[in-house]
Design a protein around this ligand. Structure first.
Ligand code: HGY
Ligand code: MN
Ligand code: MN
Length: 416
């Protein structure tokens, strides 16, 4: 089996075809979770999975499981997957690569007439991005028991639509149970600059940064931009602006790969001649240690109190996402490293700055990830790009690592 290889051109064709769902003029994708575009992409994935002989099931949060039988029906399946939803101005590889690579693994095993001992499950998780609906990594979080199905189905987007309504609208309100997994692999672009800068083909992912997300509302008072003296204003945007700068300062002041981002901000009433009375903003804090996450939250909270006094505003911070730094399974990480070495690919260990479905799956099954470089380390950006050679290399590592775990039971030759 060591000589088995995936069909790189076919993988790239599938990625190009999937990128047409929500394609943007700049070459990226806008495929927000549970929109019609996401539904069409899901339908395409399901059609390909069925064409590859897989048994497709959908669970209550819309996760799609595509099973390839093994010779041992009692063996826990080896999962391979990622997500098909994207950021509003996302790239064509974030998530889609891991799902298409899983499909390519199956297609390659089919071509070679190989049956694994353990079944395989090719998985597309719902709402990994957390952009339209929070929490992030929602589908894998429900499957891993981190969130209740009821809580997630009730989450609303900015227009007030619930997850449950959106699932029904695209026909993915399923009822199948999520299968228990014996192992899980996820192939993904690094979404950062390390592999490209060091000219390494494969990232052997040790784990992922912890994250704490907040929804923040700064409340002041709407007032006329003309007659209202500067000294008497309760300008919510001034308060929010100071908070944005503080998020950046705090993250820069910490080691442990600390990150601090304000990515979303809404000004109310957002009129040029009204002093803003309300600003809503997002805060995304990350670190390799829980202690640093706690310290950053404490520093931000203390700063908010000072801003409230000095700007005469109120600041409410609601935590909407928390997960600690995570480590993947040593044996499975070892299988990824061994596959990269056996295939002769340059590789290095690294920690993921991004969250992934693998982070939650790791709570219920041995889990590992395989990274490949992306151009300029750019992601969550329509310019996101990866080379066909790296896409194929990562998929070959995925194939070999998954086979090492699932075991090869039968080959075409053995049957003839
Ligand atoms: O935010 C993240 O790390 C991931 O892209 N959802
Ligand atoms: Mn992703
Ligand atoms: Mn992403």
């Amino acid at each position: 089996m060591d000589t088995l290889r995936v069909n790189g051109p076919r993988l790239c064709q599938s990625l190009a075809a999937m990128a047409r769902f929500g394609a943007t003029l700049k070459g990226g994708v806008r495929r927000l979770t549970l929109t019609g575009v996401d539904g069409a992409a899901r339908d395409q994935f399901v059609a390909w999975a069925r064409a590859a002989g897989l048994e497709v099931r959908v669970d209550g949060i819309g996760n799609i499981f595509c099973r390839r039988a093994g010779t041992d029906p009692d063996a826990l399946p080896v999962g391979i997957g990622s997500h098909l939803d994207s950021q509003p101005s996302g790239g064509k590889y974030d998530g889609a690569y891991g799902v298409m690579a899983g499909l390519e693994v199956v297609r390659s095993l089919n071509d070679a007439g190989i049956t694994t001992r353990a079944p395989l499950e090719i998985i597309s998780w719902t709402n990994e991005e957390g952009s339209r609906f929070t929490p992030v990594m929602m589908g894998s979080g429900v499957a891993a028991g981190v969130f209740t199905l009821e809580h997630c189905l009730a989450q609303r987007d900015a227009d007030g639509a619930t997850v449950g309504e959106a699932l029904r609208a695209i026909g993915y309100a399923g009822d199948a149970p999520a299968p228990r997994l014996g192992a899980y692999f996820e192939a993904h672009i690094e979404q950062g600059p390390i592999l490209e800068a060091e000219r390494k083909t494969i990232g052997v992912v040790q784990g992922a940064l912890g994250q704490r997300w907040f929804d923040v509302v700064v409340t002041g008072q709407d007032a006329h931009a003309g007659p209202t003296p500067m000294a008497s204003r309760q300008d919510a945007l001034i308060g929010a602006s100071r908070l944005v700068l503080e998020v950046n300062r705090i993250a820069r002041s910490h080691p442990d790969e600390a990150r601090g981002t304000v990515g979303a901000l809404q000004v109310v009433p957002n009129s040029r001649n009204v002093v803003p009375g309300e600003v809503r903003l997002s805060v995304d804090l990350r670190s390799a240690t829980d202690a640093t996450l706690r310290a950053m939250v404490a520093a931000l909270t203390a700063c908010a109190r000072v801003i409230e006094t000095e700007c005469r505003v109120a600041i409410a911070m609601q935590e909407v996402v928390y997960f600690p730094p995570s480590a993947f399974d040593r044996d499975l990480v070892g299988a990824v490293r061994a596959a990269a070495q056996a295939l002769g690919f340059s590789h290095r260990d690294l920690v993921s700055g991004a969250g992934h479905d693998a982070v939650y799956v790791a709570r219920v099954a041995p889990t590992a990830m395989i990274f490949i470089p992306c151009e300029g380390g750019i992601s969550h950006n329509e310019l996101e790009s990866a080379t066909p050679e790296d896409l194929e290399a990562g998929c070959n590592v995925l194939l070999q690592a998954a086979l090492a775990r699932a075991g090869v039971a039968q080959t075409q030759e053995a049957l003839t």
